[in-house]
Each structure stands twice: as C-alpha cells, then as structure tokens.
Design a protein around this ligand. Structure first.
Ligand code: FES
Ligand SMILES: [Fe+2]
Length: 341
C-alpha cells in the first residue's frame, strides 16, 4: 500500500517521549523514539541490524540506544558505536536508519521520505496545544484499525454528524445546512453554515457569552495532504460573525500506521471558558465519546468489509463525499509525482 513519504508526520506528543524508548509503527516502518541527554528527540528504525531484535526493548545510554539482545549501541545518526561482544570491534556496516525529527508545538514531527528533502519549513503550523490568554486546549490519541483515508473521508464529511453524533448536530440540521466543498490549490475545504439553529450541545457547552437560544453555526474543515485536518466549529448571534461568538479549533493529525490502521492525534482548543478546569475533563470525555465510541467502530467495520469484500461492494457516493473524493485525488496525484522522481 503506497503512502506519501516526502512529508512530516506526527510521531508522538512531545511528552510521550523521554529517556524510555517508545516504539510506534509509521507508514509500515517500525520506529523507536527516545531523547538524548540534552533532551533532543531521536527517531531510529526499531529493527536491530544484527538479528532484527526490537531496539525499543533496549536501554538508553547517554545519547545512544543499546539493543536488548546482544548490546550493540547505536548513536542518533543510527551508526553502531559500541560492541560489548567477543569481537569487540565495531561493525562499521551495522547501522539503522535514522529519521529527521523535529519537536514543534508540543508534537514530534518525523520526516518519512528522502533525507535530502527534509525541510522543517514545511512542517504544518499547529500551535493549538499551547494554552494562551485566548485559547485553552485539550487533546488525545486514538488508535484506529482503519486506513487513514477512511478517517479523512469521515472528517471531511459533514453529513454523518447528525446521524452518528448527537453531541455535534441536532436532528434535521443536515437538511437545513448550507454546505459546499471547495478546493484552493491542493487544500480541500468543506464548509457548512447553519443559520439561526437551536444551539447544538457542543457549542452550548462552549458558550459563555450570556443567554442565547438560537445561533448561526459554522463548521469548516480544512484538509491538507497527506492528512492534516483542521476543523473549526463556531456559534455566534444570528447575522453576526464568528468573532462575536465562541469557536473550537480542532486539529486532527493522522499518521498511517499500516495499510489498515492509523494513529490519530487530536487537539481541541477553545476560546471560551478559559478558566474552567473541570470543563477540560467534560469536554475531553465528550470528544472521546464522539471519536472513540461513535466514529471508530464505524471506521473499523468499514475497514473490515473493504478488506474482505473489496470491489465486490458497490458504492453510491453522496454529495457530502465530495471532500473526501477531492482529497483522495490530490493524494493520488502526489503519489504519482513521488513515483516519478
Ligand atoms: S540483535 Fe541486536 S545486538 Fe544482536
Ligand atoms: Fe465523526
């Protein structure tokens, strides 16, 4: 299964990685992450070049990682620098792949493509995880046994909210929504506006601006390849604009694990209830209910049926699928370009 390789993918939240090695498969490659003595993140192939032992079960010594089986140690460049065995000589050819890794905005971004093309300027901006005077985040990680493009389809599709997520949309809302999908170069945007709607549960939870019965609701999903998705949800007094109301900005950062599974990192930053500690827990539980208990089972069953039945199943696209279709086309084109190089 091909993946776009010349991109930065989230390997972990920054706080997940310390001096204990963490293993995570990305784009079907087993990777181990740890930190140097100075705290710099390091990402290496997890497969020892001696006998394929899992390096993540080893121990960090200074800046090096020792294999748990025979103790070969590898430095941050992946080179073997220590051999405690009978021969003691360092086998120069023994090295593991080292991946460019950059810590930014509380995330560890790993470059999965050709090293010479790794440019940190292309790391997506995602500064939601840092609390500020105008923004307060909650976040989480979900493992989903489904291909990442099924998640992309799901996040760009605004029509499933009403059926699957009572916390997000009220009954009948989809038929009242003004909805369009547009594309600006390689960015796909799915845009929904619900004028004068009884305030929906999630936005009523965020609302802290005085009594309101009905609000204009705006849901904008912005997708960029391969799988960076930003969803903003706003409610504001009818006829005004989002700066008059409340907004939740939700990053969904998808990293393919295998052809049938995905690491799903999410961050939700709100611009309201900024001093409300207990609300963090309430909001996290509600978002987990949405992603983990409502979306995930559907996505995993889709994956099961697609894997088992493939093209035997007829598919009938609906209008709301336009975003996912466009995103897939962009990925296809980028994959073809990567193959040609
Ligand atoms: S398998 Fe790693 S040192 Fe032998
Ligand atoms: Fe959903």
């Amino acid at each position: 299964m091909p993946f776009l390789r010349n991109h930065w993918y989230v390997g972990a939240f920054a706080e997940e990685v310390g001096h204990e090695p963490l293993n995570r498969r990305m784009l079907d490659e087993p990777i181990v992450m740890y930190r140097s003595e100075a705290g710099e993140p390091i990402a290496l192939s997890d497969v020892c070049p001696h006998k394929s032992a899992p390096l993540h079960m080893g121990v960090v010594h200074g800046d090096t990682l020792a294999c748990p089986y025979h103790g070969l140690r590898f430095d941050p460049s992946g080179q073997c620098v220590h051999n405690p065995n009978f021969d003691r000589a360092i086998p120069k050819a023994a090295r593991v792949r080292s991946y460019p890794v950059k810590e930014r905005d509380g995330l560890l971004w790993i470059w999965m493509g050709e090293r010479a093309k790794a440019d940190t300027v292309t790391i997506p901006l995602c500064d939601l995880a840092q609390p500020s005077v105008t923004s307060r985040p909650v976040k989480g990680y979900i493992h989903v046994k489904a291909h990442y493009e099924l998640l992309t389809d799901n996040l760009l599709d605004q029509s499933h909210g009403e059926t699957l997520h009572p916390y997000l949309l009220k009954e009948g809302a989809t038929s009242r929504m003004q909805f369009e999908v547009r594309q600006e170069r390689d960015t796909v945007i799915s845009d929904g506006l619900l004028p004068k709607e009884p305030i929906t549960p999630i936005l009523s939870g965020l609302w802290d601006r005085g009594p309101i019965d009905r609000a204009d609701h705006r849901f904008i999903v912005t997708w960029n390849a391969p799988s960076y998705i930003l969803l903003t949800i706003s409610a504001y007094p009818p006829g005004s604009n989002s700066s008059e109301g409340v907004t939740g900005t939700n990053a969904h950062l998808l990293t393919p694990e295998t052809a049938g599974s995905t690491h799903y990192f999410w961050i939700f930053a709100r611009d309201s209830r900024l001093e409300d500690d207990p609300f963090d827990e309430e909001l996290t539980a509600a978002l987990n209910q949405t992603f983990v208990n409502e979306d995930r089972p559907i996505l995993e069953w889709q994956q099961t049926y697609l894997s088992e039945l493939g093209d035997l199943v007829k598919r009938h696209p609906l209008k709301a699928d336009a975003g996912g279709v466009r995103a897939r086309r962009v990925v296809e084109r980028m994959l073809a370009a990567e193959r040609q190089k």
